[in-house]
Design a binder for this molecule. Structure first.
Ligand SMILES: [Zn+2]
Length: 53
């Protein structure tokens, strides 16, 4: 597991994110950093939106 601290510094999760914002954040996060794997629930939301990770 490796944290991409630079990416985290420039990509903060909004304070009260909507599900859409969370999905966008997690998709971008998965592409740039591997500190936290996508969990089942978030993966379900991503699949529901037909986003490729
Ligand atoms: Zn991360």
């Amino acid at each position: 597991m490796k944290i991409n601290a630079d990416w985290h510094r420039t990509n903060k999760m909004p304070r009260c994110p909507t599900m859409d914002q969370r999905v966008v954040w997690h998709v971008a996060h998965a592409k740039n950093c591997s500190c936290r794997p996508l969990d089942g629930k978030m993966l379900g939301e991503i699949k529901k939106r037909k986003i490729k990770v």
